[in-house]
Design a protein around this ligand. Structure first.
Ligand SMILES: N[C@@H](CC(=O)c1ccccc1NC=O)C(=O)O
Length: 262
């Protein structure tokens, strides 16, 4: 069947504002012109002249966190426990424990690009958008949220842009059987700098990371720093987002892809 793939992942890239200062990825490139001695060291007596064009190999060393680049957060990132509402609570699953069945399912896109930066989306917002696009949620649908941050990836204001998904909006999805969601923002929650202002006024700690913390009640995963959501239809596509398997970790890198039947 003819199909079109849309790449929903950003490239892991150093030197751009992809994350807050102090959390930026570092990539050390070792190109062919510099690595002939490394390769030759495996074959005593071999010289650079013996290698085609004098080339060694290309290889890179990374200094990154599991949350750099497009990634899938495991319930373990959100809290040490999950599923209080389903079974009274259990240790939260790490990324290597997340079922692959969660990670390849029909997708639906919520277009929240018009929502103000720092706005916290509600169940009413989600319901209204699903009604507008004419989609009835099914269990395991993968719900991606296109925010105002999507068009700003790598720009100086990226981590300050986009609405967040509130606790109630997140639970509304989870109660309907959704287990994987995603955003093109830096976080599933509203930008910290904007939530900080509200917190300073209210001193209400329940607003901090409220979308993430929904996992305490019903465990789920979300993708962050998605790309190209503006290229997706509202629904009628599949999302594939298998996470890189890192032992006991809170997240895994994903090459997230949307599959559109054409
Ligand atoms: N945006 C993530 C958090 C995150 O990205 C992060 C958390 C702790 C340390 C580093 C992080 N990001 C990039 O390195 C979140 O809100 O789940």
């Amino acid at each position: 069947m003819p199909r079109k793939l849309v790449d929903l992942s950003v490239a892991l890239e150093a030197g751009i504002a992809s994350d807050p200062p102090g959390s930026l990825p570092e990539i050390e490139y070792h190109p062919h012109a510099q690595t002939a001695p490394q390769l030759a060291a495996h074959f005593p007596g071999l010289t650079r002249e013996d290698l085609p064009g004098g080339d060694g190999w290309a290889v890179e060393r990374l200094a990154i966190s599991t949350h750099n680049g497009t990634h899938l957060d495991a319930p373990y990132h959100h809290h040490s426990t999950m599923n209080r509402r389903l079974n009274g609570g259990e240790p939260a699953w790490t990324i290597d424990q997340v079922p692959l069945e969660w990670c390849w399912n029909p997708g639906v896109k919520l277009d929240f690009r018009h929502m103000a930066d720092g706005y916290v989306a509600t169940p009413g917002d989600v319901e209204a958008e699903l009604k507008r696009i004419g989609h009835e949620l099914r269990p395991l649908d993968i719900v991606v949220v296109n925010t105002a941050a999507g068009g700003r990836y790598g720009q100086d204001d990226y981590v300050l842009r986009g609405c967040g998904m509130g606790r109630e909006a997140t639970l509304w999805l989870l109660e309907r059987g959704v287990r994987v969601t995603g955003t093109d923002g830096w976080s599933w929650d509203a930008p910290f700098a904007l939530t900080k202002r509200k917190w300073e006024e209210t001193r209400d700690p329940s607003i901090i990371w409220e979308g993430h913390r929904a996992s305490i009640d019903i465990g789920y995963c979300h993708m962050e720093k998605l790309a190209n959501l503006d290229q997706l239809p509202d629904h009628g596509f599949e999302v594939i987002c298998f996470p890189y398997k890192i032992k006991a970790a809170s997240a895994g890198f994903i090459r997230a892809v949307a599959v559109l039947e054409s």
